[in-house]
Design a binder for this molecule. Structure first.
Ligand SMILES: *Cc1c(COP(=O)(O)O)cnc(C)c1O
Length: 233
């Protein structure tokens, strides 16, 4: 598939924003409560630049290395750009991650929480954190098991003092997403967490109806990805 042009990306962004707004209003929500995270993984800096030109400021990347090659020059030009890490984070990359990202959406195990706390103390940077919950309890997928989520959220807050603001999930590919979004919302509510990162190109309207405060949309903005390295796990 050909790389979309700058005007394609602008039109796609406009369409996605309208669909989010429509889904929010239909659910009795204020569209401004739903942040669009444009997922630019595997796409070149020119595509990100096209989105920036169209007013988009929040981006998602799933790899520290790829993001650190692509984003620092763009950030110099657009100081209000914000970057979310949405892929698995290895503990040996936490220092780079806290310097580069404004939000880390994939906190899912005590060892990582401890490493993040140490990296934040060392660098003085405190990106907000989302706890990733493996709502489908898929063995190959990252995320804390739902049954362990309350304890882990508590540990991240009181033991590691991480700035935990919300939860994130990636529902199983072959299942209806709504029960997963509802489960994530329920865990957030009982833990007093305001933010819910849920919904991708195929289901961001469902997620918006069920309370998403961020939707992570890649394909519907930037077109299909050519590589397989980006699989959400
Ligand atoms: C790739 C990815 C997305 C975006 O997926 P699309 O289907 O292209 O919108 C969202 N969230 C995560 C965690 C991802 O890895």
């Amino acid at each position: 598939m050909a790389m979309p042009s700058e005007s394609d990306i602008a039109a796609n962004l406009d369409r996605v924003r309208r669909r989010i707004a429509r889904a929010a209003r239909a659910a009795g929500r204020d569209p401004s409560e739903v942040e669009l995270v444009a997922v630019s993984k595997t796409h070149p800096a020119e595509s990100v630049r096209a989105a920036l030109a169209a007013g988009q400021r929040v981006f998602g990347e799933n790899r520290v290395q790829e993001a650190s090659a692509k984003f620092p020059p763009l950030r110099n030009e657009f100081p209000d750009l914000r970057l979310h890490l949405i892929g698995p984070l290895q503990t040996n990359k936490v220092n780079d991650a806290v310097v580069l990202f404004d939000a880390i959406e994939t906190v899912d195990r005590p060892k990582l929480a401890a490493a993040l706390a140490a990296a934040m103390a060392k660098t003085g940077r405190r990106p907000v954190c989302f706890i990733q919950v493996n709502t489908g309890e898929e063995p190959q997928k990252a995320g804390i098991a739902p049954a362990l989520a309350d304890d882990f959220i508590g540990e991240c807050r009181t033991r590691y003092m991480l700035p935990v603001v919300g939860l994130m999930c990636i529902p199983p590919v072959d299942a209806p997403p709504a029960p997963h979004f509802t489960m994530l919302r329920d865990i957030a509510r009982r833990n007093g967490l305001a933010r819910l990162s849920m919904g991708m190109s195929s289901d961001f309207e469902v997620a918006t109806a069920l309370g998403a405060t961020s939707v992570r949309v890649g394909t519907a903005i930037f077109g299909a990805r050519e590589t397989r390295q980006d699989r959400a796990v």
